[in-house]
Design a protein around this ligand. Structure first.
Ligand SMILES: Nc1ncnc2c1ncn2[C@@H]1O[C@H](COP(=O)(O)OP(=O)(O)O)[C@@H](O)[C@H]1O
Ligand SMILES: [Mg+2]
Length: 253
């Protein structure tokens, strides 16, 4: 089956969907870090992120968070609504880690007094620079109303996901999400888009503080595939057969 490829990013490929206004997200095993200076592959990551993102977006939709997700198509692909991506990475931090810990010289794992939302301008050439609300308004990346919706949704997503992950013994240290604009007739809605997965979240084991996310790849900690599998397993979405396994033949009594 031939279909038009719309975009190839670092972790996913977008194809034209079967109906107008839909696209297919194909999840690759490719991994990048530090603005794509570090490149590699994480075997089976695409299969797992497809499932994990499906699960989390479905749970979020149940509490009334609008998302782009329609349905999973197969091991590596999901059908989503095509949106106009707001060119911002919305970062939520519950504990200090990564670039935040470096910027303010605070120890990784320090609890923040309240969740902190940061914005980066999505632009690979510029290395996704940190921006303020002033820049967002001045450059017109989002209106005041868009940003208000984004902040309200982001706080609900953080509260809900923090609790969901605590329930499976994981701390949601921080995460990155993207939003898009979706039109029904003349009405525009801001919806959650892209993905939520161990590529875009920092997840630490509640008891041991072991890292269970892309930091294992970034920092060469080993056990990368196993960490993604463990997150999927705890969420109850680990595919029973391995990525390349064919279904076993049915036995007839
Ligand atoms: N529903 C959607 N409609 C249109 N674009 C989307 C949607 N969801 C995600 N995207 C965009 O598709 C791309 C996904 O591929 P990815 O490999 O993550 O790209 P990148 O290298 O830009 O991060 C991202 O640029 C993301 O903003
Ligand atoms: Mg991306």
């Amino acid at each position: 089956m031939r279909r038009r490829r719309l975009y190839e990013g670092k972790a996913k490929i977008l194809y034209e969907g079967p109906e107008p206004g839909t696209i297919v997200q194909y999840f690759k095993d490719d991994a990048t870090a530090f603005n794509a200076q570090k490149k590699g592959t994480i075997t089976g990551k695409g299969v797992l992120n497809n499932r994990i993102s499906e699960y989390l977006m479905t749970r979020l939709a149940e509490i009334g968070v609008p998302t782009h997700f329609i349905r999973r198509l197969n091991m590596r692909e999901q059908l989503v609504r095509e949106v106009e991506i707001v060119p911002l990475e919305i970062i939520v931090r519950n504990l200090a880690a990564g670039s935040f810990a470096q910027r303010f010289k605070v120890e990784e794992g320090t609890a923040l007094p309240r969740p902190i939302i940061e914005y980066c301008y999505k632009n690979d050439e510029l290395g996704d620079p940190l921006v303020a609300e002033e820049h967002i308004a001045a450059f017109g990346w989002a209106t005041a109303q868009d940003l208000d919706d984004i902040i309200q949704l982001t706080m609900r997503i953080n509260d809900f996901l923090s609790g969901l992950f605590i329930g499976i013994g994981l701390k949601l240290v921080d995460f990155k999400i993207e939003f898009g604009r979706l039109w029904d007739n003349d009405e525009m809605r801001i919806v959650l888009a892209d993905e939520i997965s161990p590529d875009s979240c920092r997840l630490w084991d509640l008891k041991t503080n072991e890292k269970m996310d892309k930091d294992r790849f970034r920092r060469d900690l080993g056990g990368v595939e196993e960490a993604y599998q463990e997150v999927a397993r705890r969420l109850g979405v680990l595919p029973e057969a391995g990525p390349s396994d064919a279904p076993a033949p049915q036995t007839i009594q």
